[in-house]
Design a protein. Structure first.
Ligand code: SF4
Length: 687
């Protein structure tokens, strides 16, 4: 066995820690020096090689037999069946009866090709992806405010010199531990301010003088931000010169926060007035960053909440400065690139609107098709899932496990079962793949070439270290083979470097412009923050914002009076993550060390609440509302508020937290409500 190795990046989150994969019969990984991780990896990264050699890897395509079982078949048979399903569905029900559901972990090349495949090979508008559940509200807010959505519009290393960091709804100590090194400066200054209803691992980092934990009630992040903005303005802490020079809309925002005086904000959020005032004053003291995460974004008012965070940052004059800023911490591995290249329902490559006639002409020209033949904008993920088994008859899922990750998953499962044909591309038999009529086994990160775009908007190379299993194929090859069988127009390269070159041409002139980049250029090790035509742009707002007038938009937002989100129960469920698990757990639940450490979901509940309900540590409990019931062991802890319980969302079946979440969505971004669900908790009567 000859040894091979490749410098690449971790297969999991958007920090995209650099690693070297070494293959000499067995496969190991080693951390590699890179600005985001400085050689460090978390437990997920260290154990990621186990995914490659897992005995649970899919090695051949599977098709559903008449007896209901999935059985191995040849690639020709499987792809013929896929093409026939798409062809027959279109003939019988129209182009929009075929649909695609993509993922934020796919490489840029695959995300791009998936969007092109939907619009050109299938002619359908029905494409969206799981990033809709992840970043869509923050993306909508950033696009509206700045004219551009780049998660962090500055290098991560800028955070090292911060005096104050306000971190809202992000448990980075569990999700991306190497990131904590970038919080050290703020902690040394007593300036790490964490907003979370739980005393999470990250909130604990504020203790011993390192900062402040603002333990706001779930779903009150928007009032909290309005209240902080009120204090900043009322105490004369706003940066009037910056507001005048670089923004519009200040007066409307000033009026919108006028009634959020500290006492009202405190009553609404549960955060003491003194903490609110201290936080506002610290934020105004310079070298300050405001960062948001899914905890404040995955709400029906997610866009308004992210907008309120941006307003606060703009009023303080933070955005576009070298030593301060606002950003949102992208979660999925290619959460940033995944939303730039066309797998979103309303977008074409380059982060351009599919409704823009000029963008349609440009992209159609690159694809060699008539722009009039491109479908219109489709519908967002939750609505798309709602059409399954109704108007949508055939669905291809790539890089997503929707029966664990979508809101109200039992309803989603029923709709998947109502499809004529479900096709799933995955490297494991995920819970979604278990329902499929056709399963197509694909390659993993260390078995393929490509690019990813990190949470900083930095385009990086994913490199092949070893061959995949004999029967697995790249999604690029799969799409090309189906397109050929359908007689689709355009060309369908299976070479990632060629697909990237086409992506770069299609993105030219767009917001996320990659036109100056290529695999060969990236291989030289250059810094490549987009937009990149001839040079890198690490801080795109340094000279001005991306709106035509160069100004940022302050947009007034209102906090709706609290209403019960559903009939539910008397406790509020928040969901989140464990250090050892990732997203829907398709990968990490198959890694022995990770799953051994966190084999099951636990319900965090406050001792007083547990006592009231007769629940002891370790008891099996049922967490219920009108959508379903989740069973989990109780973890009794003072880390959580009396009125709140917590479940991780990595688990399937009876432990699946998204049995309880609802499909109601944010009107601007279509982000579902994942973080505020009414539930009742009781001892599990089934044991
Ligand atoms: Fe991988 Fe994220 Fe962990 Fe880094 S922090 S090793 S990218 S999972």
């Amino acid at each position: 066995m000859t040894m091979s190795s490749a410098d690449t990046h971790c297969p999991y989150c958007a920090l995209q820690c650099a690693m070297t994969v070494i293959h000499d019969g067995s496969t190991t990984v080693a951390g590699r020096d890179f600005p985001t991780n400085r050689g460090g990896l978390c437990a997920k990264g260290w154990t990621s090689a186990e995914l490659l050699a897992s005995p649970q890897r899919l090695g051949m395509p599977l098709t559903r037999r008449p007896d209901g079982t999935l059985a191995e078949t040849t690639w020709d048979e499987a792809l013929d069946a896929v093409a026939a399903a798409f062809r027959d569905t279109k003939a019988a029900h129209g182009a929009d009866a075929n649909a695609i559901f993509g993922g934020g972990g796919l490489t840029n090349e695959k995300a791009y090709q998936l969007g092109k495949f939907a619009r050109v090979a299938l002619g359908t508008s029905r494409i969206d992806y799981n990033g809709r559940f992840c970043m869509s509200s923050a993306a909508a807010a950033s696009n509206r405010a700045f004219g551009m959505d780049r998660g962090l519009p500055f290098p991560v290393t800028d955070l090292d010199d911060a005096r104050t960091i306000l971190l809202l709804g992000s448990n980075v100590a569990a999700t991306m531990p190497p990131f904590l090194a970038h919080l050290a400066g703020a902690r040394a200054n007593g300036g790490l301010m964490v907003v979370d209803p739980r005393r999470s691992a990250t909130a604990r980092l504020t203790e011993d003088g390192a900062g402040t934990h603002l333990q706001a009630a779930p779903g009150t992040d928007l009032p909290l931000l309005l209240g902080l903005t009120h204090i900043v303005i009322a105490e004369g802490l706003a940066d009037r010169a910056y507001i005048e020079e670089r923004t519009t809309g200040f007066d409307a925002v000033r009026r919108s926060v006028a009634a959020w005086w500290p006492e009202r904000t405190s009553t609404t959020t549960g955060v003491p007035v003194a903490q609110l005032r201290e936080t506002a004053r610290r934020l105004a003291a310079g070298r300050t960053y405001i960062l948001t995460g899914r905890g404040v974004e995955q709400h029906v008012d997610g866009t308004a909440t992210a907008t309120a965070a941006i307003n606060l940052a703009l009023v303080l004059g933070l955005v576009g400065r070298e030593d301060s800023g606002y950003g949102t911490l992208t979660g999925q591995g290619n959460g940033q690139g995944g939303r730039e290249h066309g797998q979103k329902a309303d977008q074409l490559p380059g982060y351009r609107s599919i409704r823009d006639p000029e963008a349609r002409r440009h992209v159609a020209g690159v694809w060699g098709v008539d722009h009039d033949d491109l479908p219109d904008a489709g519908i967002p993920a939750t609505a798309l899932l709602g059409e399954l088994g109704g108007p949508v008859k055939t669905l291809l899922v790539a890089g997503s496990n929707v029966v664990v990750s979508a809101p109200d998953v039992e309803a989603v499962r029923a709709r998947l079962e109502a499809l004529d044909t479900l096709i799933v591309c995955d490297f494991f038999l995920s819970e979604t793949a278990e329902l499929a009529d056709i399963v197509l086994p694909v390659l993993q990160w260390a078995e393929e070439e490509g690019t990813m775009t990190s949470l900083e908007g930095r385009v990086i190379r994913r490199r092949q270290a070893l061959p995949g299993p004999d029967g697995a194929r790249s999604e690029l090859w799969i799409m090309a083979e189906i397109a050929r069988r359908l007689g689709a127009a355009s060309t369908w390269s299976t070479n990632p470097a060629e697909v990237f070159d086409e992506l770069a041409r299609a993105s030219e002139g767009g917001i996320a412009d990659y036109s100056g980049l290529s695999h060969a250029l990236l291989d030289t090790g250059i810094e490549a923050y987009w937009p990149y035509r001839s040079e890198s742009t690490p801080r795109p707002f340094a000279e001005g914002f991306a709106h035509a007038d160069g100004l940022a938009r302050l947009v007034p937002v209102e906090a709706a009076p609290p209403t019960p989100t559903d009939r539910g129960g008397d406790l509020t469920l928040v969901t989140g993550r464990y250090l050892q698990q990732y997203q829907s757990g398709t990968q990490t639940r198959r890694v022995s060390e990770l799953n051994g450490a966190r084999p099951e979901a636990q319900l965090e509940i406050h001792p007083a609440t547990a006592s009231r309900l007769g629940i002891r540590e370790g008891a099996l409990v049922a967490v219920s509302n009108e959508r379903g019931t989740v069973r989990a062991r109780a973890s009794v802890t003072t880390d959580i508020r009396h009125d709140t319980v917590f479940l991780p969302f990595h688990y399937a079946g009876d432990e699946c937290a998204n049995r309880l979440t609802e499909a109601r969505v944010d009107p601007t971004s279509a982000m579902p409500e994942f973080k505020r669900t009414r539930v009742t908790v009781a001892l599990d009567a089934t044991v």
